[in-house]
Design a protein around this ligand. Sequence first.
Ligand code: GDP
Ligand code: GDP
Length: 499
Amino acid sequence: PRCFCTHEKKSSLDFTRIEVQHLPRVLIIGRPNVGKSALFNRLIRRREALVYNTPEDHVTRDIREGLAKLGDLRFRVLDSAGLEAQACSGTILHRTASITANVLHNSHLALFVTDARAGLHPLDLEVAKWLRRHGPQIKPIVAMNKSESLFDSDGSLASAANELYRLGFGDPIAISAETGLGMPDLYHCLRPLLHQHMLRLLNDDGDHDNSCIGDGSTPEIEESKLPLQLAIVGRPNVGKSTLLNTLLQEDRVLVGPEAGLTRDSIRTEFEFQGRTIYLVDTAGWLHRTKQEKGAASLSIMQSRKSLLRAHIIALVLDAEEIVNARRSMTHAEVVIARRAVEEGRGLVVIVNKMDLLRGKDKTSSYEKVMEAVLQEIQTVIPQITGIPVVFISALEGRGRTAVLNRVIDTYEKWCSRLPTARLNRWLQKVMSRHSWKDQAAQPKIKYFTQVKARPPTFVAFVRGKTQLSDTDIRFLTKSLKEDFDLGGITIRIMQRSVA
Ligand code: GDP
Ligand code: GDP
């Protein structure tokens, strides 16, 4: 019999244990050149060997199917690029379209890819119409690809999202198939849907053991109850393993590579103030040998993986190195910190080995380090004020409570939801507080609402054609953070025009 359950206490589905033919099918669809194949390739990564052509109608059409891996999710992904290229050439349009319709019919989800830089293209509307007609049961996820250059400009991203919202498939997510930006958002969007699909399959399957899937709660509810997922990242030797032991309050490595467990599936869990905290992706650095530790660079790949799964990233720095090198972050550390923020994860910076500064001129070293770190963070991530920084000595077992309090505090901000009525009272005040140089340029925001948490995401409904500029969005973001104590995390504001 198939088993979908995992060995974990709070069972969530373990996709690695599901046979490939039972995995959900996700069709990538969109007009030509938006980056469907690029996304397909990213999702299947180095598993090309698993890609095969799907013979349909006794003719092998170029529909590629591969096994996609995104964090702990597994699904079958289909790339329709080859088909639509033929459809567009006009010659066999009817037949290829009907094959795609057939593939859509057999898919469980659709990823509707668009180009963020182009906004809404007339052909996108065609694709939307086609999807509604042939797959009314499927609500596609709209992915705005090629977003990497727009991430720095809140305004352009928000306008593109506003246009694409008109497709009627909900809020688009910003991704870049080329750089991998936005993959965590795609993950969090797909996860409940794929879980839902697997649960439905289980319920249709008469002889399975229901206890496998825990309390039978819906994935959405389960999602909100999810324990905090924390990733500790940092270069070798900064003290991550020591910190881990401090956090677990046990002077031993808890997670041995037991028989039958792959490194990836090792996950450490502990309780703090009645809350469950999962430490994700510790395996990568925990089991490295002494020699491997010698490599001086922070593994960016490893950290990227952490970013995908973690809610909060704890970036560990070495206080002594800061004193010696006179700069607080190396390039790799800056990349990780920025990336965590861009991806909308919570970031907590931990400066370890503060005990080593004790022997030196105590006050000046201490203060020097604190000042240097705070200043540098502000310089490299100017868009976020108030990123929490904790100074600890993991070796002496100091700083556990401080670290965990900041982590939980950041997590709570990241999950917070503000009621619409309160937001709109706030909006009135904040708009009257601010004076625009040019009265005509003042955006007319009809109302303001939070559409999701983790991270907090808001939509401003703007009257008429005037769009919010980057400056407007920065102003709103700053005010929201100050007035609702949301410092230290990314918040996103999107806009939508209304009559
Ligand atoms: P498809 O026709 O939808 O399958 O599109 P392709 O995957 O073939 O991509 C079309 C073009 O867009 C190629 O030149 C890609 O290199 C480029 N492209 C794909 N994804 C991205 C991205 O995320 N950013 C940028 N800048 N270019 C991309
Ligand atoms: P990892 O590679 O990041 O996991 O680092 P480890 O936890 O293995 O620590 C590397 C070295 O730094 C070890 O020799 C630790 O004993 C030492 N270390 C870790 N934390 C501290 C600290 O707070 N103070 C001092 N003085 N040494 C520490």
